[in-house]
Design a protein around this ligand. Structure first.
Ligand SMILES: Cc1cc2nc3c(=O)[nH]c(=O)nc-3n(C[C@H](O)[C@H](O)[C@H](O)COP(=O)(O)OP(=O)(O)OC[C@H]3O[C@@H](n4cnc5c(N)ncnc54)[C@H](O)[C@@H]3O)c2cc1C
Length: 433
């Protein structure tokens, strides 16, 4: 009797477990299908490779990842869902109890192009170095460490070169994310004559994270500053740290200065930027991999009310906002700003949305029906004025009241620029080495 009851209880527990697993598999399969339909299944950059032979389906990776639906559990194994949403912080790999996860670039089908650098971070063009995510190694701590190491090597190679001529920098660092910050601190410690520029603000990609974003990182020792102990923190704490470092060390940066060209000289480089021309003996590129946001190229676009990223929708209340674009970022931004009680126009140049997530399409349709988002297809912003904007709607110009404009028109990735200055680019095909 006892045996029979035990067998029945075991059979019930097993059938509940199997039903639960089947349900989980169906949910993940549906999410994978949706990700494939809207083009987020294939990874764009760094992402986890889950070795099916090692994975024991603990689910630790799913719990550790703060990004939405990058990994799920299906048939008792970890499975990639929205691989293109992976930001590469590698919390999944650290959490995996059996070491089944490796972070890789590209897949067997789709290669990812990474510039060639030697073990000293020098590219094929002698004197030009690359550090941080641009060279293939993402994450805040890795980028900081690489920037420091690259600058150390640059300083070593300048050791016997004597003093630079007047008006010539020893090193020019481009990109004020963690790699550029680490490198510049090292340049200051080594007493090099440096110039540090960024096309945007100080802080790199972190400065563009949404408000209160959880950031996973690891302790690191910074030149002239000392030990930084963060592990799990927030965007705001990291930005406070960057600003404290700047204040305490006297680090100088030219912001809003984009690198536009590099000419090789016999003993260095002529560097062209949006602000002028400089001569430097060594050049360090810490440009990251996010690229430069594509602009509309219309009059008035340089006004501060125009932005290319949404950091905090709650900063807008009772305002008239235009969001430009036809991708998920534009649709999500339009709905987030509308939810804060603003009048939102979503302007898209085509007559229909191409590849946006099915969920976003449904939510947008509902928002349009409710009247919280006004969708204007076949439209282009043609001019931006202080309190208005002009929209060309299928050939007719309309002037609409406007307080802010968000543009999500994609970005120019750095590889074309790197090739144009002679750097060798290699294609990586995703399997861990
Ligand atoms: C949403 C999101 C979440 C993330 N979460 C984490 C996390 O939790 N933990 C973690 O460790 N990492 C995280 N990362 C990754 C991390 O932000 C990057 O790996 C890291 O910032 C790379 O540092 P970097 O210095 O190489 O480049 P970036 O930080 O990308 O900085 C590059 C800088 O170069 C500038 N630049 C580019 N082109 C030019 C040009 N032509 N002229 C002048 N300046 C130029 C840019 O304006 C930018 O400031 C996340 C990334 C994203 C997108």
């Amino acid at each position: 009797m006892v045996i029979l009851v035990t067998i029945i209880l075991f059979a019930i527990a097993l059938s509940i477990f199997i039903r639960h697993e089947k349900k989980k598999h169906a949910v993940v399969s549906e999410k994978v299908k949706e990700a494939k339909e809207c083009g987020t299944y294939e990874p764009i950059s760094l992402h986890p490779y889950i070795d099916p032979n090692k994975c024991i389906g603990s689910g630790a990776c799913v719990k550790a990842c703060h990004e939405k639906d990058v990994i799920g559990l299906s048939n008792g194994k970890g499975r990639l869902i929205n691989a293109s949403m992976c930001v590469g912080h590698g919390a999944c790999a650290l959490a995996c109890p059996v070491g089944a996860i490796t972070l890789v670039f590209g897949t067997a089908k789709r290669g990812v192009e990474i510039p060639y650098v030697d073990p000293y971070f020098e590219t094929n063009v002698k004197g030009i170095y690359i550090a941080g995510e641009l060279g293939g190694m993402g994450l805040i701590r890795n980028s900081l460490v690489q920037g420091i190491q690259a600058m150390n090597n640059m300083a070593e190679s300048l050791k016997d070169a004597g003093a630079a001529s007047a008006g010539v920098y020893d090193v020019l660092v481009v990109g004020a994310g963690p790699a550029g910050i680490g490198a510049t601190l090292k340049a200051m410690e080594k007493k090099l004559n440096y110039l540090f520029i960024d096309q945007d603000e100080f802080g790199g990609t972190v400065a563009n994270f949404p408000v209160r974003k959880i950031v996973m990182t690891a302790p690191v020792e910074l030149p002239l500053y000392g030990k930084v102990q963060f592990r799990e923190t927030t965007k705001e704490t990291i930005m406070e740290l960057w600003n404290k470092i700047k204040q305490d060390t006297g680090l100088k940066i030219n912001t809003k200065e984009k690198l536009t060209g590099v000419e090789t000289l016999p003993d260095g480089f002529k560097v062209k930027t949006a602000g002028g021309e400089y001569t430097t003996r060594k050049l360090l590129l810490c440009l990251g991999r996010r690229g430069t946001p594509r602009k509309l190229g219309v009059p008035g676009e340089s006004m501060p009310k125009v932005s290319y990223r949404l950091i905090d929708p709650a900063q807008h209340k009772n305002e008239k906002v235009i969001v430009v674009g036809g991708g998920d970022s534009a649709v999500e931004a339009a709905m987030a700003i509308a939810a804060e009680g603003n009048e939102v126009i979503l302007s898209y140049r085509k007559d229909t949305f191409g590849r946006i997530k099915a969920g976003n399409k449904t939510r947008l349709d509902e928002a349009v029906k409710k009247g919280s988002v006004k969708l204007v297809l076949n439209s282009n912003v043609t001019e931006i004025l202080p309190k208005e904007a002009k929209l060309d709607v299928a050939g007719a110009i309309e002037t609409v009241p406007n307080d802010y404009i968000y543009v999500f028109a994609g970005g120019e990735l750095p590889n074309a620029f790197l090739k144009s200055i002679g750097l060798k680019i290699e294609t990586h095909y995703g399997m861990p080495s």
